[in-house]
Design a protein. Structure first.
Lengths: 114, 116
């Protein structure tokens, strides 16, 4: 099993540009989570999906952030337009319904917005 | 308002000794607790968990203790090894809270350094 796969691993962009982060969950996992990690706030849940449907997006900071899950094997997190304060490490995690509390994380995408 | 708090940003111990990492929570709805371990440039990996119906769970060198009345849990690693050096995150969920029972709330982490 390849685990949760995130791309790109690193992204450097300029303020105002659109950024798209990608995630492939573990095959057979029903739930997918997007987190943001910063020094100030730690690991924050942004949004999670169950069976491709967004369940809770209360952690999405503002309208510049959007997430989609068009199918069970792919999700995107988009920031448009990006701002320097969006610089962080973004993690994707997935979990099967049979062990829903144990989330499996990808290696993360380190985003730098200049 | 932080619902899960890890008040020690870092901890340093000698190889072979015990490491004790602490975590406090404020939300009385939390009923399932987990510890994750994170190495640099990697994602967090699940280490051990405990349900609120228990006060102790052990897995090899790792033991988690839960004190519900104090809203406190701790992770004991004994004996500590240099390979245990990592950031440890405490996390909590409210399994019986209905629609949000998939959510984990994380502490900010404690950096453990085990010196040879």
């Amino acid at each position: 099993d390849a685990g949760v796969i995130q791309s790109p691993r690193h992204e450097v962009t300029e303020m105002g540009q659109e950024v798209t982060l990608r995630c492939k969950p573990i095959s057979g996992h029903n739930s997918l989570f997007w987190y943001r990690q910063t020094m100030m706030r730690g690991l924050e849940l942004l949004i999670y999906f169950n069976n491709n449907v967004p369940i809770d997006d209360s952690g999405m900071p503002e309208d510049r952030f959007s997430a989609k899950m068009p199918n069970a094997s792919f999700s995107t997190l988009k920031i448009q337009p990006s701002e320097p304060r969006d610089s962080a490490v973004y993690f994707c995690a997935s979990t099967p319904d049979r062990a829903k509390n144990i989330q499996y994380f990808g290696a993360g995408t380190r985003l730098s917005v200049l | 308002d932080q619902q899960v708090k890890q008040n020690s940003p870092s901890l340093s111990v000698q190889e072979g000794r015990i490491s004790i990492l602490n975590c406090d929570y404020t939300n009385s709805m939390f009923d399932y607790f987990l510890w994750y371990k994170k190495y640099p440039a990697e994602g967090p990996t699940f280490l051990i968990s405990i349900s609120s119906i228990k006060d102790k769970n052990e897995d090899g060198r790792f033991t988690v203790f839960l004190n519900k009345s104090a809203k406190h849990l701790s992770l004991h690693i004994v004996p500590s090894q240099p390979g245990d050096s990592a950031v440890y995150f405490c996390a909590a969920s409210a399994q019986n809270s209905g629609g949000s029972n998939y959510k984990l709330t994380f502490g900010k982490g404690t950096l453990l350094t085990v010196n040879p």
